[in-house]
Design a protein around this ligand. Structure first.
Ligand code: COA
Length: 282
């Protein structure tokens, strides 16, 4: 669908870029010609993903950095600029989440997730956008949120994440307007279930939970990484220049299934439909 030079000439910073969906996006953007700068807390996956990108003869570099630390983010960006001259695109992908009963959480558990997701997104956004604005250069930002933010529903048992992602979505919509005059575009993607080691170990820790989630899905399957990576590439590319402040859901219809009053009828056996329909005919 895309020209292989769709992102040529771009330098994309991805937070949490060494693993999971961050890694998949990085590899896809590299195929489409972009230089990649990855940040994350653990050096090993960052180094490995960079090697995979370089094997495609694309430039890639990384710095280990906790996005909760603004000075560390500024330092990482300085390293990226030294390597590539300029970073023009940011993907706020780093996240923290776990399933817990909220009454059992410590304040620090809440702060950790808020720190990574909401403050981390703000830190990277602020540090880069300040440079873009000062240099009068355009910029592109993509935030990875979640369907329980996009649907405005929140979600029990992941309350710190629900609060933080709702904040990121508010940031997306606010800055899309405030910074459009600087030619900075900001959009979001709200993924449903995409298997990754990080998310699955925390959110889908047992085979039975995974199977139940698959059965409850309207399409009876989870997302494929390339599906999300292609959407991200489109939203970052010039093809979508007029899309700004948007949040695109990619979940195969999952959140809508929970929202429609009669959607559970998809599980009705044939016999139940026979009873319903014969009642109508009487
Ligand atoms: N349930 C309840 N509390 C938890 C928890 C869980 N499953 N996991 C961690 N916490 C609490 C800790 O007890 C600690 O609070 P305390 O100091 O009051 O005891 C606090 O959260 C911070 O934990 P810590 O281990 O210091 O983590 P961190 O700040 O380095 O990491 C997390 C943040 C907690 C979000 C961790 O899960 C993480 O690193 N996640 C990154 C990857 C990820 O979540 N990916 C999934 C994306 S869907």
């Amino acid at each position: 669908m895309f020209q292989m030079d769709l992102l040529k000439g771009r330098t994309i910073l991805i937070t949490g870029g060494g693993t999971g969906l961050g890694r998949s996006m990085a590899l896809r953007f590299a195929e489409l010609g972009a230089n990649l700068f990855l940040i994350g807390r653990r050096e090993e996956p960052l180094a490995k993903t960079c090697e995979e990108i370089r094997a495609k003869e694309i430039r890639a570099a990384y710095v280990s950095c906790d996005v909760r630390d603004f000075a560390a983010v500024e330092n990482a960006i300085a390293v990226a600029e030294k390597e590539f001259g300029r970073v023009d695109t940011l993907v706020n992908n780093a996240a923290g989440n776990f399933i817990a009963r909220t009454e059992k959480l410590s304040p620090n558990a809440f702060n950790s997730v808020m720190g990574i997701v909401l403050q981390g997104t703000f830190h990277c956004t602020l540090a880069l956008a300040r440079k873009w604005i000062a240099a009068k250069q355009p910029g592109n930002i993509l935030n990875i949120v979640t369907t329980y933010a996009a649907a405005n529903s929140g979600s029990g048992f992941v309350v710190p994440s629900a609060c933080a992602k709702a904040g990121v979505l508010a940031m997306t919509r606010s800055l899309a307007v405030e910074w459009a005059r600087y030619r900075i575009r900001m959009n979001a993607i709200a993924p449903g279930p995409f298997p990754t080691e990080g998310a699955w170990s925390r959110l889908m820790p047992a085979k039975e939970l995974e199977e139940r989630a698959r059965q409850n899905h309207p399409m009876k399957r989870f997302g494929r990484h390339e599906e999300l990576a292609n959407l991200a590439a489109f939203l970052l590319s010039d093809l979508s220049e007029y899309i700004n402040g948007e949040c695109v859901v990619i979940d195969g219809g999952l959140w809508l299934r929970g929202a429609g009053e009669f959607n559970d009828f998809v599980d009705f056996p044939e016999a139940a439909w026979d009873v319903l329909e014969s009642a109508r005919k009487k």
